[in-house]
Design a protein around this ligand. Structure first.
Ligand code: AMP
Ligand code: GLY
Length: 426
């Protein structure tokens, strides 16, 4: 089967790496991909939101399966576009319809969805310019800290945790009146702050049945000891030591089942990944957020630990027979560390040559490209998150150590990475 994967980050390199290991994969195309994905298949100069271009490419290459890596094409309706097109509708696309993608694309939608289906999440209210002054009064009597969330997609920057009422009111004003996040901030969710430890749960659903993939813990802050500003993710580990069978059973019963059943009841077409950001409050799981795609850098530990054939899994999704599938995982611990450009998540320079990529790798380590590109035969930096190094070991300590060893041999100007990924589990 010829497969098209949309996207260009570390997540897509990990998905591409896993897809080509399947005997069912004849040719893999990645649009637009990066120099890492080019080692797994053929990169195609095509934007994932150019639906017309994707359509032409699918016909030309007789694509039999499309996998959507990032959220933007999903929120913009790529699945609906395929379903409505006579030439495309037989091609399975891994990802939800635009309505399903609202779980990520609209915080207000996802909060209401959780309320309708009794899914545990932080208490909240929703405001816009019409009930602006009511919002201000609400904020002034709210306990601290206060969580403000822009409703729409805001490139991971739409959540602000305010430590004072003055800050909360100022932020609220910036989002609603100052257009801080543009259209994405025209609605604001004000939420209670939850105290606990976070983890990422990955579900693959065929719209009726679901399987749970290996879970992971992401490290979002740029600095060691979880200090400094939020990033897209600086590293991840899988499995998560505190996510034992009893805790995963609670997540399954109280969160995953009602989520999948809720979508079926509401006739939401959803055949794809659901990424559930969970926070463990005392001993109970609550939902922080949904995403309609895999996590990045979590995919860089989830895919290496997944033993099932990924193409077979996607075929089971298309044919709604995930109930017949058993997920098998590598019992070892996987850790990934992300090497970022100096200055990230603030402003940073691009185009620095990367050296060390040709060094032989230990058998239990992998390098995934994130923000890289090829420039006259030289791989150079082209984003904030540049490379991810994943390693397997029996303990978190050893896995982190192996990834750090590999990273020591890699270099680009300004390279920075956290040396303490997994620190709470050492
Ligand atoms: P989100 O974009 O919704 O994942 O939010 C980004 C980050 O903000 C989360 O990973 C949490 O660390 C934090 N966060 C969001 N909502 C809450 C909340 N209600 N209580 C505590 N932390 C939160
Ligand atoms: N690592 C978090 C995300 O992908 O949103």
């Amino acid at each position: 089967m010829n497969i098209l994967l949309l996207g260009s980050g570390g997540r897509e390199h990990a998905l591409a790496w896993k897809l080509v290991s399947s005997p069912l994969c004849t040719s893999l195309f990645i649009a637009p991909g990066n120099p890492g994905t080019a080692q797994c298949g053929t990169n195609v100069d095509l934007s994932p939101v150019d639906f017309e271009g994707v359509k032409k490419f699918c016909s030309k290459q007789q694509i039999g399966l499309v996998i959507v890596g990032p959220e933007e094409p999903l929120v913009k309706g790529i699945v609906d576009y395929f379903a409505a097109d006579a030439a495309l509708k037989e091609i399975p696309v891994v990802g939800p319809s635009a309505k399903g993608a609202l779980l990520e694309g609209s915080k207000a939608f996802s909060k209401k969805f959780m309320q309708r289906h009794g899914i545990p999440t932080a208490a909240y209210r929703e405001f816009n310019l019409d009930n602006y002054s009511e919002g201000i009064s609400y904020l002034q009597q709210h306990s601290l800290p206060i969580v403000l969330k822009a409703d729409g997609l805001a490139a991971g920057k739409g959540v602000v945790i305010c430590q004072s009422h003055i800050e909360a009111v100022a932020e609220f004003e910036l989002m609603l009146q100052g257009n801080k996040f543009g259209e994405a901030g025209s609605k604001v969710v004000v939420e209670e702050f939850l105290y606990g430890i976070e983890m990422s749960v990955f579900v693959l659903t065929d719209g009726k049945n679901f399987v749970i993939l290996p879970e992971a813990k992401d490290y979002k802050r740029v600095g060691e000891g979880d200090k400094g500003p939020n990033t897209g993710g600086m590293g991840a580990v899988s499995p998560v030591p505190f996510a034992d069978d009893a805790f995963m059973a609670k997540i399954t019963q109280r969160i995953i089942k009602p989520t999948v059943e809720g979508m079926t009841k509401e006739n939401i077409d959803y055949k794809g990944f659901i990424f559930i950001g969970i926070i463990k409050v005392k001993d109970e799981p609550m939902v922080i957020e949904y995403n309609c795609r895999m996590g990045d850098p979590e995919t860089e530990v989830v895919m290496p630990r997944l033993k099932n054939d990924l193409v077979e899994l996607f075929q089971a999704v298309a044919e709604q027979r995930l109930d017949k599938v058993r997920i098998e995982m590598d019992p070892r611990i996987a850790c990934t560390i992300v090497a970022v450009s100096g200055g990230y998540p603030g402003s940073y320079e691009k185009g620095y040559p990367i050296s060390g990529l040709e060094e032989p790798l230990p058998s239990d380590s992998l390098i995934f490209h994130a923000g890289t590109k090829e420039d006259n035969g030289q791989v150079v930096t082209s984003g904030g998150r540049v490379l991810c190094v994943t390693s397997f070991a029996e303990t978190v300590y050893e896995a982190v150590d192996k990834s750090r060893d590999v990273l020591e041999k890699l270099y680009f100007e300004g390279i920075y990475y956290r040396r303490d990924i997994g620190y709470e589990f050492l």
